[in-house]
Design a protein around this ligand. Structure first.
Ligand code: ZN
Length: 669
């Protein structure tokens, strides 16, 4: 499972200005590093810093070097999985792009360049998120004047009725036949479903492997269904062989014996395609928690297949963020104090509470389905029985969330929506640090706090369960952010810092999160409902004491907090009530409170917020340019150092990847 930026993007772009107490800053901070890079179509390219890489040992750097090579060699696989013409189209477009002799400022060429950049970004001709095929803004005639593009390929690019969607989920359609991905060939949805039903019935019901996850299902000329497996000597063999080669080069530098075992199992799985071996690999990987460096390399997520069986290839190489992990460990080791001192009624508290040590990592490279658009948190493996019996690893990728929030600085959001200079100053000084801490409190303590009364069914709040659960975790965070205990523990610099988070959370819940909803729609997503619920409940219940105001100025609405301590008390009151609802399974009250505060939107306010947001012209989707790792070698070829740089442009990186890591033939059958 991936946590995409759209689930928490608001808190990231709410925080603008420059923080001097960000915990993410490392020793190599340079002033000329630019988080934001170029912008095209609906996309903004960003860069992320890998602070701390230079401080790793040579052995660790070398390990990362080979793992990132293994990551980059898989790039072509995803292009081909996303559509069978993608590699041919990419090659043709790149040849035109490099060889073009005309005016590169010409309108047609510009439109062509944007199209190519979108194809690179999406690993194919369909939008990375919406999955619809792009419409080129240059003509077929213009393209044909540049290159001998075949009719077949030109049709695929320009005919809007061919390969319309990469993943079609429209009820009633044959989802397999109407999806343009390359996971099935000449197969109907019914045939595919029957095929895998049979496999499932023949397998071990307690420990089912993830049937079909690493193959293309093909109907042969004589009508037989066969799986073409993605293995070193099967489909995608030339890419997987390069991946395995680099995993073998990485292996001697692994951090412990268990990690060597992880690599061995992964190699064996790539060589055989055996899914039981993949489960063994997943178990070994989950148990390998000690090393600083960790990685994912494989067929992992199945969002690209409408049946949810076939997994797209991806890789991430990362290492622990020791600074940030210290923070979460401080919270975890004080978990009992937080539980004992919460405003919740004693009968709903846990007698013995264990904090969860959420790991914060830094990405060193992103590849496949994690590049350039990426996740900010990952929870793996996906196999249910492996999770149930062996657990899972859950991480947040700190240097990516940091890059999002740094890049948001100066996008105008804060200046547009903050009430005044005092609010802006607080957020500029403490926004980043309190945002991180809010997330830590939410994840490490909030979700783990409280208990159900005996006999209460955990599912009794039904459709209101996840909103209530998120509200509980957020309120726990909000209540404790203002507690002097956090200053005492060294997690906040002073007793005013928390105000930055109160401002951004209330602005978000009352105003700015509405930018992600179309005019006329309700709030649906659980995290968003939770934020609206908390902010609106606190606003209504604080009215009498004028705790918080909605101020109108020149037709624009602003949030003004008048009494932070009273606001904290309101959060405490609501936390106690939400915990009571959860502990007793009070469905009627859960429904009442969510429907009253968390769902409906005032259309007039909604329109105002959308208008103000649209004027800022912020790109809705973002992705990352990777850093470049260069191995320095001595005369014998031994690596003596690995250098990292952040200067490569987006187009140069994509062209280099196609040239140096292009591993597959253009047609893969
Ligand atoms: Zn949560």
């Amino acid at each position: 499972m991936k946590y995409k930026i759209h689930t928490i993007m608001i808190s990231a772009f709410m925080v603008a200005g420059c923080s001097n107490i960000s915990t993410q800053q490392g020793s190599q901070q340079t002033s000329d590093f630019e988080y934001s890079n170029e912008r095209f179509a609906d996309l903004q390219m960003l860069r992320y810093r890998v602070d701390g890489f230079e401080d790793l040992t040579l052995k660790q750097k070398t390990f990362i070097y080979y793992l990132q090579e293994a990551a980059l060699y898989g790039r072509d696989i995803l292009f081909d999985q996303n559509g069978k013409y993608n590699l041919r189209i990419r090659k043709m477009l790149e040849d035109v792009y490099v060889g073009y002799q005309g005016d590169r400022e010409d309108k047609d060429f510009k439109a062509f360049e944007t199209y190519l950049k979108r194809v690179w970004f999406s690993n194919g001709i369909h939008h990375h998120y919406a999955s619809e095929k792009f419409t080129p803004e240059f003509s077929k005639e213009w393209l044909l004047a540049q290159t001998e593009c075949s009719d077949e390929i030109a049709e695929i690019i320009f005919n809007p009725n061919l390969m319309k969607k990469r993943v079609n989920l429209a009820e009633g359609d044959d989802l397999v036949q109407t999806s343009a991905n390359n996971y099935y060939d000449n197969v109907t949805q019914e045939e595919a479903e029957d095929f895998y039903k049979q496999q499932k019935e023949a397998g071990d019901p307690k420990h089912p492997t993830m049937y079909g996850m690493n193959s293309r299902l093909v109907k042969t000329a004589d009508g037989k269904l066969v799986e073409k497996k993605w293995t070193t000597d099967g489909l995608y063999g030339s890419a997987l062989t390069k991946i395995v080669e680099n995993l073998k080069l990485a292996r001697p530098y692994a951090e412990d014996e268990q990690q060597k075992k992880v690599i061995d199992l992964l190699i064996s799985y790539y060589e055989t395609g055996d899914l039981a071996t993949f489960d063994q690999y997943s178990i070994a990987w989950v148990q390998n928690t000690e090393p600083l460096i960790d990685f994912v390399n494989g067929f992992i997520e199945c969002y690209g297949d409408p049946l949810g069986l076939k997994c797209s290839w991806e890789s991430i190489v990362n290492f622990k963020d020791l600074e940030a992990t210290k923070r979460t460990e401080t919270l975890s080791s004080n978990a009992q104090w937080f539980e004992d001192n919460s405003p919740v009624a004693p009968e709903f508290k846990k007698k013995e509470v264990k904090g969860i040590s959420a790991k914060v990592i830094k990405a060193a490279i992103l590849a496949g389905d994690l590049y350039p658009a990426t996740a900010i948190g990952i929870n793996l493996p996906n196999s249910d029985w492996v999770r149930a019996e062996h657990g899972s690893k859950s991480v947040t990728i700190g240097n990516l969330t940091d890059a999002y929030s740094q890049a948001a600085k100066g996008n105008g959001m804060l200046q547009e929506f903050a009430y005044g200079p005092d609010e802006i100053a607080l957020i500029e000084a403490y926004g980043d640090a309190t945002d991180d801490l809010h997330t830590d409190l939410h994840e490490c303590l909030g979700h783990g706090s409280g208990r159900l009364l005996d006999g209460v069914d955990g599912d009794s709040l039904k459709a209101y369960g996840s909103t209530t659960e998120e509200a509980r975790a957020d309120l726990f965070a909000l209540y404790y952010l203002a507690d002097p205990k956090l200053v005492e523990l060294g997690l906040l610099p002073n007793e005013d810092a928390y105000k930055a988070n109160y401002i951004s959370q209330m602005q978000n819940g009352l105003l700015t999160q509405l930018v992600r909803i179309n005019l006329g729609s309700n709030i649906e997503e659980a995290h968003m409902r939770n934020r609206a619920l908390i902010a609106r409940w606190a606003y209504e219940h604080g009215k009498q004491d004028n705790v918080m105001e909605l101020v109108k100025r020149d037709g624009k609405t602003y949030v003004k907090i008048n009494d932070y301590q009273k606001l904290r008390n309101l959060f405490g009151e609501l936390l106690a009530e939400i915990q009571r609802i959860k502990s007793t399974g009070d469905y009627a009250q859960a429904q009442a409170i969510v429907e009253t505060y968390g769902v409906k939107i005032d259309p007039e306010l909604h329109k105002e917020i959308l208008d103000r947001y649209n004027q800022l012209d912020i790109a809705p989707y973002k992705g990352f340019i990777n850093p470049v790792y260069t191995a320095i070698r001595d005369a014998e070829g031994n690596i003596t150092d690995v250098e990292i740089s952040y200067t490569e442009s987006y187009a140069d990186q994509m062209l280099r990847y196609s040239r140096d890591y292009g591993t597959l033939p253009l047609v893969n059958e």
